[in-house]
Design a protein around this ligand. Structure first.
Ligand code: GUN
Length: 282
């Protein structure tokens, strides 16, 4: 029987701390953190995320602006919006929801965001700082996973950590943050040989591949900590990358889906926006 890592509860705790900070700064300086979210097109999943971000930011007293623009928008139109918020002093965080439509040059957009407002931590300047072990704005999902380890007192020093997935949003930054925390890290992907064996050597297993129920019992060493970043729709239900019922009995800790890593992503977006805001007060 594993201990369930409750991302919803931890999120509420962090958000409540952020809300208190907002109240304090509002009173002291008459200023609140502001975030601009840009959504191109009408992808239903992205729309759900963007609505959740807006609601969460409003609840904590942040200023929140959402720009919804047509799926046919050009790179230049989107660049114009990014620049508008780069210049806006009431906005401390800019997030361009991914994925972007094909005609848009994603790199050009992400590289145009002022690194000081890059609350996704996707700008190469911030990615570079993270990789050399400096404090900066870290990508929200892996940063949320690190907060979970901290909250549950899971020590990473010298542990074998295996990250399943090599995306720029989760897999690669996850590996970087785990290295910073003194874990021995392996990244696996679709071309990895003997995948179940490699995963079964992990003390800490992070699954971020977007394949429903992919991680079965044979991937998991008894007593391992299993973090499920996947959010997949299967027969109308949300399921993770981990076959929960099979893995939970042998893991020491596990994150559920939903209610695990999911809520932490928006929480860490708010955390990063607060951090970017506080820098402007110094
Ligand atoms: N799409 C899926 N995850 C993310 C994220 O963390 N940030 C952005 N901007 N887009 C995403």
């Amino acid at each position: 029987m594993a201990t369930i890592i409750d991302g919803k509860k931890l999120s509420e705790k962090i958000r409540s701390g952020l809300k208190s900070k907002v109240d304090y700064y509002k009173e002291k300086f008459g200023k609140v953190p502001g975030i601009a979210v840009i959504l191109v097109g009408d992808d239903p999943a992205s729309n759900v995320y963007v609505n959740m971000k807006e609601k969460s930011c409003n609840e904590a007293g942040y200023k929140s602006v959402v720009e919804r623009i047509s799926k046919d928008s050009s790179t230049d139109e989107l660049l114009g919006l990014v620049n508008k918020y780069n210049k806006d002093n009431s906005i401390h965080g800019i997030l361009v929801q991914l994925p972007l439509p094909k005609q848009i040059d994603e790199k050009k957009i992400l590289f145009a965001i002022n690194p000081a407002k890059d609350v996704d931590g996707f700008h190469p300047f911030n990615v570079g700082l993270m990789h050399i072990g400096e404090d900066t704005l870290y990508p929200c999902t892996p940063y949320g996973v690190m907060k979970m380890f901290e909250e549950y007192g899971i020590d990473l020093t010298g542990k074998n950590a295996v990250v399943l997935g090599r995306s720029n949003i989760v897999g690669k930054p996850m590996a970087s943050l785990l290295i910073k925390a003194n874990a021995t890290v392996t990244i696996c992907h679709s071309k990895t040989k003997n995948l179940p064996e490699v995963c079964a050597a992990a003390d800490i297993l992070v699954a971020a591949i977007g394949k429903a129920n992919f991680v079965t019992r044979e991937f998991v060493k008894p007593g391992a900590v299993v973090i499920d970043v996947g959010i997949n729709r299967l027969e109308g239900k949300l399921v993770g990358d981990v076959k929960y019922d099979e893995v939970e009995p042998i893991a020491s800790y596990i994150t559920p889906v939903p209610g695990g890593v999911g809520p932490m992503t928006i929480t860490m977006l708010m955390f990063n926006t607060m951090k970017a805001f506080e820098k402007t007060l110094m």
